[in-house]
Design a protein around this ligand. Sequence first.
Ligand SMILES: [Zn+2]
Length: 437
Amino acid sequence: MQRLIAGLITLALVCFAVPAAAKNTIENIRMWPSPDRTRVVFDMSQEPDFSYFQLNQSHPFRLVIDLPATELTFNLEGFETNSLLVKKIRTSTPKTSGSTRLVVELDQVVEPKINVVGPSGDRGHRLVVDLPGTSVKRDATALSADDLQERKVTVAIDAGHGGEDPGSVGPRGTYEKDVVLRVARALANMINADPTMQAYLIRSDDYYVDLNERPRKAERVNADLFVSIHADAFVTPQPRGASIWVLSNRRASTEMGRLLENKERLSDVLAGVEPAVNDKAFLNQTLVSMKMDHAMLSGYEAATEVLSELKRITKMHKTKPQHASLAVLTSTAMPSMLVETGFISNPTEEQLLLSNQHQQKLARAIYQGVRSYFMRRPPDGTLFATNRASRHVVKSGESLSILANRYNTSVSAIKARNKLDSSVIRIGQVLEIPTPE
Ligand SMILES: [Zn+2]
C-alpha cells in the first residue's frame, strides 16, 4: 500500500513536471495536388492552435506556420512533394522552445487558406492547408474546358470522393475513390471515341473537389449532363447491386437514401473542408424553381435509360431511380444523376469492382444509357439534334435487315453507326440510321 502511494506521488509529480497531455504533436503529413490547388494535411494529436505569415520577397516564396507547444514526431527530411506548386516542406527554428515552425516553400505567391478540421471517420484532428495554384500537369487523356467543341454533347463525369476522402472502404481495403476513378476514365474514353459526344472529367486523378464545386465545374463548361460515379457501402456485407440516385427536393424517404445523404455529406469533412460549408450540402428549398423541376425530370429520364442498360450487366439493388437530396445533384442547368456501381462492402462486388473487365462493362452500360437519352432528347444545336431525323425506335417484328432495307442502307452500316456488337435489337431501342451513300 505504501509503495502504491509512493508510486502515485511519483506519477503525480511526473505529470505535473511534464504536462504531456497538453502538448500537441504533428503525427503525419499528406499532400494532394490537383489541377487548381495543393491540399496539405497535417494529422494532429489534438485540436491545433496556429498562426502564419508569408515571405514573398524572393523565390522560393515561403509560407511560415507556427504551432505553439507542438512537437513534430517524424522527420520531414524524407517527405517528397509531388506538387508543382510546393517545392519543399521543412522546419525552421521556432520563436519559443517546445513549439514547431513549419516552412512551406512555394513556386508562386499564393493566398493560403488554413483550416482546423475536427475528427471524422477514422481521421483525427487535422490542420488543412489549401494552396491555390496549378499543382499537377494536365492529364493528357482528359479534355480541358478549351478542348470542348460546341456541337458535341458534353457529359460531365464526376468520380466521387478523392484525395483525403477515400469514400467507402471494402473488406479487402479497396477504396471507393480508386475504383470509381477507373470507371470514370473508362467512360470518358468511350464518350470521347463517339463523334457526337465529349467527356469532361470533374476530377481526373486522386484529389478532392468540394461537393458544391463539382456541379459548378460542369456548369462552367455548359455540360449537358452530370454523372457522378460512386460505390455503395452498408454496415453488413449482404447488400449488393447497383442503383441510381436523382435529386429530390425533400429528404430521402428510405433508410438507404438517408444513409447515402449522410455519407456523402460527410465527404467534405473527411476531405478536410471546414464543416460550415456542409450546411449547403442539402438542397435549399428556394432553389426549387421551374428550372430545377425540368432538370430533375430530365435527370430521372436519363437515369432510367442508364438503369435499363446497367441491369443487363450487373445485379441491381434498386430497379427504379431513387430520390435523395445530394449536394452534387443540385444543378438547375443540367440533368444530373449519381450512379452507385455496386456495394464495395460486399466481398463479391468488391472483387468485381476491382476487375478491369467489370469496370469496362459498367462504363459501357452508362455510355449506352446516356447515348439513348440524348437520342431521345437531343440538346439544341448539337449533332444529336441534327441527326435526329434519321433515328428510329425499334418496333415489334423489326430486324436490322428490315430496317436496312427500308432506309436504303446496310445492316453493317447501322451496326457500325450504333456501335452494336450483335444483330439482336429490342423493342423500344433507339437506333441512328446512317444516311444512304
Ligand atoms: Zn460515394
